[in-house]
Design a protein around this ligand. Structure first.
Ligand SMILES: C[S@@+](CC[C@H](N)C(=O)[O-])C[C@H]1O[C@@H](n2cnc3c(N)ncnc32)[C@H](O)[C@@H]1O
Length: 211
């Protein structure tokens, strides 16, 4: 999955991952992150979760490869972001929401200064296996020690369907974040347009990670 794959999906409006409402596992488990956090949201798209986190008193720093996705988020929420540059990123900011357009792998701890929580939904599972290893290693360099993260994954028989989204088992997640505390919080049946189209049963699972 290179940049052109995702740019193509945005250009064609093929956004099957976009829920159009806050993720139900985030709604159920947001309290695990604590209060008034600055939440890093990698591979954020134009997720409603960004607005939900802000409504619940958090500030948000999202990163997304495709700038049109970030512009769509602000337009859909009738917000006019201030636009500036931050190193390799275009920065769009409105109120408690800061969104960076660029590659997550270009982020440095300096870009995320003040972030003390993580929310990953459809991020680790959007990446092929080798990239997941690089991604988790990178997040470990970005998140401060002791910070907490909510990670929402999918599990389904990978031989029945090609990713993305990819199936990421609990064993793989534990391996990606080995040495850290990984606590399963809840699992629910996975229901989405793609799941219905392919007819593969799966689970959406939510974990708490302590960095
Ligand atoms: C499956 S979507 C999930 C979006 C969002 N998390 C949600 O729940 O709606 C994955 C998003 O990650 C973006 N993306 C893919 N690779 C990226 C990278 N290396 N850096 C930043 N964003 C990336 C894609 O453009 C896409 O919008």
């Amino acid at each position: 999955m290179d940049a052109s794959f995702w740019q193509g999906r945005w250009k064609e409006g093929r956004l099957g991952w976009h829920e159009g409402r806050p993720n139900s596992l985030l709604e159920a488990h947001l309290g695990q992150l604590g209060k008034e956090k600055r939440v890093f949201v990698p591979l954020c798209g134009k997720s409603e979760d960004l607005a939900f986190l802000a409504e619940r008193g958090h500030s948000v720093v999202g990163v997304e490869l495709v700038p049109e996705g970030l512009r769509a988020f602000f337009a859909e929420h009738r917000m006019e972001p201030r636009v500036s540059r931050q190193g390799r990123f275009e920065k769009l900011e409105a109120g408690p929401i800061t969104l960076l357009a660029g590659d997550v792998f270009d982020l440095t701890p300096h870009d995320l200064a003040g972030c003390d929580a993580l929310y990953d939904r459809a991020a680790v599972i959007a990446l092929p296996q080798a990239t997941r290893v690089r991604y988790a290693a990178h997040l470990r360099t970005l998140m401060p020690k002791g910070s907490r993260g909510l990670v929402v994954t999918l599990e389904y028989p990978q031989d029945k369907m090609e990713g993305p989204p990819f199936s990421v088992s609990e064993a793989e997640l534990r391996q990606l974040y080995r040495g850290l505390e990984v606590t399963p919080l809840e699992e629910r049946p996975w229901e989405s347009p793609k799941q219905r189209e392919v007819g593969v049963a799966g689970l959406e699972r939510c974990y708490l990670i302590r960095f």
